[in-house]
Design a protein around this ligand. Structure first.
Ligand code: FE2
Length: 426
């Protein structure tokens, strides 16, 4: 039998070098030092890093690429972003959402990003965005896993009819239960929303991913409530708290109780470094808080932590290109995770950790898994982060889906080499 694909001489993220990877029928069938086989396509990795695809654990695909519609966010705050999205919502059409989402998925695939968990706003009686993204999910399925979260942007209790709309979205095919307790009118309502939403998820056997405590208020403690209901309902390992930025501002003594509770409940955490560093601390003068949750401390406690992109060119964020290495590099800087192991952990936060949080099946470069991987122009994960490495080739189920020429510059300097690629002696 001739296999589909043979990648020779790759380096894997765990440091194994000189590795060959063989794929057939869309699956990885062998990963070892020297594979004796022929394949329809053979790629010489030349010792470069072959990584499993990037995974974005937190995104908003219904809003993406809408920057400037109908106007830009002047204050740069979360609350003006939500108000702006409210102005845009009645003007949205399904075609426009689909078109922008598909365009973003193109960008993602070209950056080796092959799985995205996207929240979709259900606070719209037409459920326009839900219909649009369910359509997109099917359209992109051959090359990208899109997981959808029913997200009551305006508050499941605060927004009339939101609870019914959320349930309808789940019936229509949305996967995960979302929430936004810190946006409810009171702390008590926030806590009540967490109870209600966790119970819906438990009844229906769904995963939970809530926007939680996305504020600089150190007293916003809904993640505690989320962990408590996770334990009460036996949902350990199935619940994620996204953002958790109030943890940045919390009292250390309280955090010393909170993190073990999250660990006990198996609640995962998603930080969104690009957004948290720009949106949080806006009410501060100086010193200005960074606002990202306590990533190294959560990781040290054994909690699954991923970095999400959250936004690309939307009411909250003007920049971005679907580059999860940019996301991880920002997370690394904001969290001061500069040690070798810490930098590798930042790479994991946009690959394996995120895949675990999404409960992705068959992820990773190992026999039996789907033959999804990215060949990077880098020797190891740290160099990939440093260079925001070029995605030389992106494979989905053993098929090449994107390709980018190697980054190199011609140099016209007397007495120096004719070109440079920013590597050390490759
Ligand atoms: Fe978000």
């Amino acid at each position: 039998m001739i296999a589909d694909l043979l990648v020779r001489n790759a380096t894997l993220p765990d440091g194994r070098a000189g590795v060959d990877v063989l794929a057939a029928g869309g699956r990885i069938v062998n990963v070892s030092q020297r594979i004796d086989a022929t394949a329809a396509q053979t790629v010489d990795a030349r010792g470069q890093l072959l990584a499993p695809p990037f995974v974005d654990a937190h995104f908003h695909m219904d809003a993406t690429l809408s920057y400037g519609l109908p106007r830009v966010n002047r204050s740069g705050t979360l609350l003006e972003g939500i108000a702006l999205w409210g102005e845009l919502k009645p003007l949205l059409t399904q075609d426009a959402i689909v078109e922008r989402a598909l365009a973003y998925c193109d960008w993602a695939v070209a950056k080796g990003l092959l799985a995205i968990r996207s929240h979709v706003d259900v606070c719209d009686p037409r459920l326009l965005a839900v219909e649009a993204l369910l359509h997109v999910k099917e359209r992109v399925r051959p090359y990208l896993d899109l997981q959808l979260v029913a997200f009551p942007q305006d508050g499941v209790l605060r927004s009339p009819g939101a609870l019914d709309l959320l349930k309808r979205a789940l019936t229509m095919g949305v996967d995960v239960v979302g929430g936004i307790p810190h946006f409810e009118r009171t702390m008590a309502d926030g806590a009540e929303s967490v109870r209600l939403l966790c119970e819906i998820a438990a009844e229906q056997g769904r995963l939970v991913d809530m926007h939680c405590d996305e504020t600089d208020d150190p007293h916003s403690r809904h993640v505690e409530t989320l962990a408590m209901h996770t334990l009460r309902l036996g949902m350990q390992g199935r619940v994620t708290g996204s953002h958790l930025t109030s943890m940045h501002s919390m009292d250390n003594y309280y955090v010393s109780k909170l993190i073990p509770l999250m660990r006990e409940a198996g609640v995962a955490a998603v930080a969104n470094p690009l957004i948290n560093i720009t949106i949080q601390g806006r009410h501060d003068t100086y010193p200005k808080r960074r606002g990202m949750t306590r990533v190294p401390e959560l990781m040290a406690a054994g909690i699954d932590v991923a970095f999400g992109h959250d936004c690309v060119m939307d009411p909250w964020y003007a920049l971005g290109s679907g580059d999860m290495l940019e996301v991880a590099a920002m997370g690394l800087h904001v969290a001061q995770m500069t040690g070798q192991d810490a930098m590798r952990a930042c790479f994991d936060a946009v690959t394996v950790n995120a895949a675990k949080i999404l409960h992705l099946d068959g992820y990773g470069i190992a026999p039996g898994n789907r033959a999804d991987f990215v060949l990077l122009q880098a020797r190891d994960p740290v160099e990939a982060l440093r260079l925001r490495a070029t995605r030389l080739m992106v494979f989905r189920a053993g098929r090449l889906v994107a390709q980018t020429p190697a980054a190199t510059a011609a140099l016209h300097v007397p007495g120096r080499p004719g070109s440079v690629d920013w590597s050390l002696g490759r």
